[in-house]
Design a protein around this ligand. Sequence first.
Ligand code: KG4
Ligand code: ZN
Length: 327
Amino acid sequence: MILAIESSCDDTSVAVTEIESTKLLFHKKISQELEHSVYGGVVPELASRLHAKALPKILNDAKEFFPSLKAIAVTNAPGLSVTLQEGVMMAKALGISLNIPLIAVNHLMGHIYSLFIEKEEIKPLMVLLVSGGHTKILKFNGIEEVCEIATTMDDSFGESFDKVAKMLGLGYPGGPVIEKLAKKGEDIVPFPLPLKNSPNIAFSYSGIKNAVRLAIESAKFKPEDIAASFQSKAIEHLTFMCKRAFKKYKPENFAIVGGASANLKLREEFEKLSEKFGFKLIYPQMQYTSDNAAMIARAGIEMYKKKMFTDYKDIKIIPRVAFKGCD
Ligand code: KG4
Ligand code: ZN
């Protein structure tokens, strides 16, 4: 078995997975959304303190598996350095005391492997990653073969929902509350479609965010119409750029992962494109869209099989990571 720890942002999570069968034997998560919602976003120091409290509690519940562990996997990048540190410290302490190898997992790789929890890998795969920290189109061909087709030049997709929710006084995280409010509104506020005239495949969310701020200040529109129009334009920007990628790379399989892949309007729009472009559309199960340790354990299994271990004295916290570009 492999034990995995995730603490890159505001979710503390631990999973235990059987290596051969990929069966998930234990999975617990403590979210800090409530604690951060009063601030309209994640406060790193508070998050770190809450991880330090939650991790020993969850690990204590997983104690019965300790004698069967063959390795310990932990998210070491990307994320908030003070929260990554909590998970890595705990993984080090536990791993050294059990005398088992350490596996340092890239959180973004974890999101890709959220597709394969208790399942076989599917490859090659084009992946749209939409989370609070990232908006990327990636090409996946196994744990060691991931390249980047496109990324955001400023805010991420999820972050723009969080910021718009904050401006509308709706709390944190913004994604689910905006999606809910948008159902009551109409797409009537004329927000701009970002990078429409640029020939590149890239993302930018700062322009729509500013347009939302101006619309709120103008006091001409109802919050539900702002939410509906913002959501619609934010998703149109994704489909606009993904269509370019579909034309260029002609994927057979296309997956949407990350916290924002829970958005049903987004799913609906990509279902339409799946028919038009003829690819198979894949999502993680709903409970694995947001941050969790089951996905870290699943990626960890592939790394274990390839003996991709990190020495205890060499493990580093890497707040930002970049994938190599695709040719
Ligand atoms: O993957 P995740 O749990 O954490 C990161 O790795 O960042 O993603 C969290 C992000 C937040 O920005 C949240 O607002 C967004 O995902 N999100 C959504 C929805 N549910 C969560 N965005 C749009 N629509 C949703 N339904
Ligand atoms: Zn994430």
